[in-house]
Write a protein that binds this ligand. Sequence first.
Ligand SMILES: [Zn+2]
Ligand SMILES: [Zn+2]
Length: 220
Amino acid sequence: MANLVQLILPSIELDLKEIAHTFSKFACNAHTICDPELRPLGTGLFPAISIINHSCVPNAVLLFEGRTAYVRALQPLSSNTEVSISYIETAATTLKRHNDLKQYFFTCTCPRCIKDSEEDALLEGYRCKDQKCDGFLLPDSGKKAYTCQKCSISRDEEEVKKVSSEILLLSDKASSFLSSGNNSEAGSVYKTIEQLEQKHYHSFSTTLLHTRETLLKVYF
Ligand SMILES: [Zn+2]
Ligand SMILES: [Zn+2]
């Protein structure tokens, strides 16, 4: 980006390091301005809002009316409570949320992230080993396996993790194609991801739904 600025303004003496520094600060602190249907309209920098920290269980939410940003509480807040908003989509597993937060260069340690919960398994919605069964899987107490709540067949934790990280690697690849404007390559990787996820996740899984939503955006 700094090189691009120099290309556009060759006559001005520029400090590339400083430009890169400023762009990085902007990227970490700016907010996407959305319409009421959450379609992105542009990017805005709101210094007072940029100091609000992230939580995966936020007590406030950021809203826009035109170009004006509002922070609305989601519950009654006492005067000494820290206000938090979520920088990312919260309907996602801990692994997915931490991956989405990488761009902000911190690891979230909010109450939801440090809790070793069944919520992840439900949100993840791993599919039963028996592809004809539509039961949900939950981790066993020792967490060495995930067991179907309908037919009691288990999937080994290592196998589940292996497929999940394979999907995560492909997702990183697809999103970098997407951000460089290469929609056809991105689309073909997302299709591979969808096929893998259909075998790995329950049809109600949020991960599978997110992939299908992205595929729709890529092709329409
Ligand atoms: Zn968190
Ligand atoms: Zn089952």
